[in-house]
Design a protein around this ligand. Structure first.
Ligand SMILES: Cc1cc2nc3c(=O)[nH]c(=O)nc-3n(C[C@H](O)[C@H](O)[C@H](O)COP(=O)(O)OP(=O)(O)OC[C@H]3O[C@@H](n4cnc5c(N)ncnc54)[C@H](O)[C@@H]3O)c2cc1C
Length: 495
């Protein structure tokens, strides 16, 4: 069997590892398409500033769904004592270290394939088109440099979309549209510049931390439409849902009106109440009037006091959001995306506690401001005027991190997705990316065409699965895809 993986980030390595663990090294020739030099890093774990930390504790970051401490084990065996210092539960190592782990894992896997007489061929190229193969069997993949190869199947692991230039600032030398790599971006600003950071997500936090780490002296203003920063991650605690369970969600979905957003919120409130937590805490999160710095301080306080509400929310999100999303009607999904998606992202992808402390210290010292209500950004000679609901301020440089709320494909995969949709190998999803089967991430085709031999993992599948951004969620889905590939191999051997 010949199988192609498009994209060479952490998802790709996780999939190769899952195939290896199923003993398929002797059965499949793999090809990985990735324009970047190293396989395993992708966009998230590239070589970059040490201030860019993982947003989950080391013991939960792993390419293996059923072995969450795999990365921790790698840290423990590392020859460098400075790296080994992270080899404890509760640490947040720099992301580039995780990239070292994924790229080393890939090298090990490639050797393992070679040892078994099979190969993992790497094409440092962008896949630009995918078509059905001869007589509708398999697929053909063509790259930007014009080579075409055929395979029995493929997995799209093309990652996340890049930031969007919402205000048409591209081309201005003092504007950076994509902040990564951070160590290059921070060098483009003078240490005394007033820097405006567009966005208040984890990427915006990355930018501010990199500026502070480099010794930035000038003012920094983070500004977005809502001014909603990520929450603050507290120490991990195992929790079990008592009320918001799969059974309860399915029962609520049996109502004549189907599963509603209100019913899910009610279950979440009841879950909090069952643990003695005031359910009103959820209403506070939806209050648009709370100042960003005050919200950050409140979240830091909750995290320092290890309030149980966050573990409860995150457990519910990890365990049930896919099911809930699949049961909601399009109307409920659209309402949720409009009113709650940003709150979910903020609460379920929190920043490390020490990062929050550092941001608040910079805010307290008057260097950092966090603002909502951005309306426009205009160039003023060499500077920028940032027009917000309540004020307009001037900045010397603008660094962007703003993204669209639903999940389009990254630019490098736009042509590829269009071609495979044209070839009847998949279809666009109304909620972003490509539609996948919730059972196994196989692309869903329009009409009665044969089942697609193509799978999508990560953000490209978010229209169907919603929460696909963390590696743990991806690694869980990787197992399903690897099972299907193993079944296809077994079937081929029988024939
Ligand atoms: C900055 C950042 C930080 C993050 N931090 C964390 C974290 O701490 N913890 C966590 O759990 N999750 C984190 N995430 C979420 C992250 O998306 C997942 O953890 C995971 O790394 C996604 O891996 P991926 O391989 O799907 O995507 P990516 O890392 O984006 O890799 C996709 C790769 O596909 C390649 N590609 C795209 N199109 C094509 C094409 N047409 N042909 C060939 N190659 C192509 C790209 O060059 C890229 O290398 C972070 C995400 C980002 C962006």
């Amino acid at each position: 069997m010949k199988f192609a993986i498009i994209g060479g980030g952490a998802t790709s390595v996780s999939l190769v590892d899952a195939l290896d663990r199923r003993g398929l090294t002797q059965e499949i020739d793999l090809a990985v398409y990735e324009p970047e030099k190293e396989i395993g890093r992708g966009n998230a774990y590239r070589v970059d500033a040490g201030s860019a930390l993982l947003n989950r504790q080391a013991e939960f970051m792993s390419i293996r769904w059923n072995e969450p401490r795999h990365f921790l084990g790698w840290l423990e065996k590392h020859p460098d004592p400075e790296v080994r210092a992270y080899a404890h539960p509760g640490t947040f190592p720099p992301r580039y270290l995780f990239g070292d782990y994924t790229s080393e894992s890939f090298a090990r896997l490639r050797d393992s394939w070679g040892d078994h007489g099979r190969s993992i061929e790497v094409f440092h190229d962008t896949a630009v088109s995918m078509t059905r193969g001869h007589e509708g069997r398999g697929i053909g993949i063509t790259t930007a440099s014009g080579t075409t190869h055929t395979y029995d199947g493929a997995a799209l692991c093309v990652g996340t979309a890049e930031p969007v230039d919402c205000y048409g600032l591209a081309g201005n030398p003092r504007y950076t549209n994509d902040p990564y790599p951070l160590w290059v971006t921070v060098e483009t600003v003078d240490p005394d510049d007033h820097v405006a950071v567009l966005g208040t997500s984890l990427t915006a936090v990355d930018i501010v931390m990199a500026l502070l780490d480099r010794g930035h002296r000038g003012p920094i203003t983070m500004v977005s439409r809502r001014g909603l920063l990520p929450g603050v991650r507290q120490q991990h605690r195992d929790t079990t849902s008592a009320v918001l369970t799969e059974t309860a969600v399915r029962r609520a979905a049996d109502a004549p009106e189907g599963l509603t957003l209100a019913a899910v919120l009610e279950l979440m409130r009841a879950e909090l109440a069952a643990h003695g937590i005031d359910p009103g805490i959820l209403d506070g999160e939806a209050d648009p009037g709370e100042e960003p710095a005050a919200r950050l301080a409140r979240h830091l306080d909750l995290a320092e006091r290890a309030e149980l509400w966050q573990p409860l929310l995150i457990t519910a999100a990890n365990d049930l959001i896919e099911l809930v999303w699949s049961l909601w009607s399009d109307t409920e999904r659209a309402t949720y995306l409009r009113d709650y998606h940003h709150i979910f992202q903020s609460l379920c992808n929190p920043m490390p506690l020490r990062t929050a402390q550092r941001l608040l210290a910079a805010a307290g010292a008057g260097q950092l401001r966090m603002l909502g209500g951005i309306v426009d950004v205009r160039t003023q000679g060499e500077a920028f005027d940032l027009v917000c609901r309540d004020e307009t301020f001037r900045a010397d440089a603008v660094i962007n991190s703003a993204k669209r709320e639903t999940a389009p494909s990254p630019a490098a995969a736009t042509a590829l997705c269009a071609s495979l949709v044209n070839a009847g190998l998949g279809q666009y999803d109304d909620f972003g990316g490509l539609t996948v089967s919730t059972a196994d991430n196989r692309l869903v085709t329009a009409g009665p065409a044969a089942p697609s031999p193509v799978f999508a993992l990560g953000q490209l599948s978010a229209g169907s699965l919603y929460y696909t951004s963390s590696l743990a969620m991806i690694a869980r889905r990787v197992e399903l895809v690897a099972d299907r590939i193993a079944e296809a191999v077994a079937l081929t051997k029988q024939q």
